[in-house]
Design a protein around this ligand. Structure first.
Ligand SMILES: [Zn+2]
Length: 108
């Protein structure tokens, strides 16, 4: 397993997890419950962490995350790649799978 992302905002880590999972990458959230009553490391504030289960997904995971980080607030609707049919998040301007550019929604 490899940690690919961490952030103070659990919602953001969760969003990234959703994107990776949508791309077929198996992930794991760590430190999801920072106020856990389970007694695990209760006095250390831990950041929510996003891990991938399969190390072979690392390159793709990093690419997806880089895309998300590059355009954190510019999220349009999800779209499907015209070239390979892959589902891509609205924050991507090109296909994560084959690199094709996002179809221009204005072009109809
Ligand atoms: Zn594609």
């Amino acid at each position: 397993m490899i940690k690919v992302f961490e952030d103070f905002e659990l919602a953001r880590v969760g969003q990234f997890q959703s994107v990776l999972e949508a791309a077929g990458i198996r992930t794991l959230l760590k430190n999801q419950y920072m106020n856990s009553a389970m007694g695990e490391i209760p006095f250390v504030e831990l950041l929510p962490e996003l891990w991938i289960l399969d190390d072979r997904d690392l390159a793709r995971a990093r690419e997806l995350i880089a895309g998300l980080l590059a355009r954190p607030s510019d999220t349009g609707p999800d779209w499907s790649c015209a070239e390979c049919g892959a589902e891509a998040g609205g924050s991507f301007t090109s296909c994560w799978n084959c690199g094709a550019a996002r179809p221009d929604p204005e072009a109809g």
